[in-house]
Design a protein around this ligand. Structure first.
Ligand code: NAI
Length: 213
């Protein structure tokens, strides 16, 4: 569908559109004007029009947007029409929290396996998914369709594990370990660093404090 290169800023905004439209769908809202959507999302109506024009518009003059259609088209742009199988490497606090979050499945991200090296954890189940020994990882990845590996293990271990996973065929890495991974160009890495977000929050708070002083 999309031929021209879409800016990162637009891509970053799409999940938010998708989420809002999903909420509207749940409330049985059939259509919405860009003005209403803009008020809800606190983004200007022209920003919304510009963003969606990147993908051919979807709106109709005098009608606004059909919520279901727009939701489904944005879902397609985000690649959400397909199911993604995920494995989680590192079954500690964060790995188990991710595995426990059932809502990812609603979006089509299915946790198929959890791996760790700690014998105390191996054999335990998280939401019905057994934690397996890292020894079994290569076989598992080679013999199952795994699209994404979430890395929730110590940062010192992440680069080697990531490079093994790539060697065995994984093309998507959801990296929570606070380290940069240097992987081939055909591998997509999405880094998630909650501490970066906290630092942005602390920056904003300190700016507000300065204004108040
Ligand atoms: P944790 O210590 O509770 O869990 C780490 C798990 O990894 C343990 O179960 C350990 O046995 C396992 N592990 C160690 N070496 C391994 C290996 N070679 N292969 C497989 N599993 C291995 O730690 P927590 O709190 O769950 O954090 C996990 C990682 O996520 C850390 O790198 C931490 O810095 C990072 N983190 C990132 C956040 C973010 O926002 N990106 C937020 C919180 C943690």
């Amino acid at each position: 569908m999309q031929k021209k290169k879409i800016s990162k800023a637009v891509i970053n905004r799409l999940p938010r559109y998708y989420r809002y439209l999903g909420d509207l769908l749940e409330k049985d809202v059939v259509r919405i004007s860009s003005k209403e959507l803009s008020e809800k999302m606190k983004v200007t109506a022209s920003q919304i029009r510009q963003d969606l024009n990147n993908f051919g518009g979807f709106g109709q003059q005098g009608y606004g947007y059909n919520v279901e259609y727009l939701h489904s088209e944005i879902g397609k742009i985000l690649g959400l029409e397909k199911q993604y199988n995920i494995i989680i490497i590192g079954a500690g606090n964060l790995g188990q929290a991710l595995a426990n979050y059932a809502d990812f499945e609603r979006r089509g991200f299915i946790v198929k396996g959890i791996f760790d090296i700690n014998p105390k954890l191996i054999g335990m189940s998280v939401r019905g998914i057994e934690i397996k020994n890292m020894d079994e990882l290569e076989d598992f990845v080679r013999n199952n369709q795994v699209d994404i590996a979430a890395l929730t293990l110590p940062k010192a271990k992440a680069p080697q594990v990531a490079s093994d996973l790539v060697k065995w065929g994984i093309k998507g890495i959801w990296n929570f370990a606070p380290t940069d991974l240097h992987l081939p160009d055909d591998v997509v890495v999405e880094n998630v660093h909650l501490s970066d977000s906290l630092m942005k929050l602390s920056y904003k708070l300190s700016e507000k404090r300065k204004l108040a002083d």
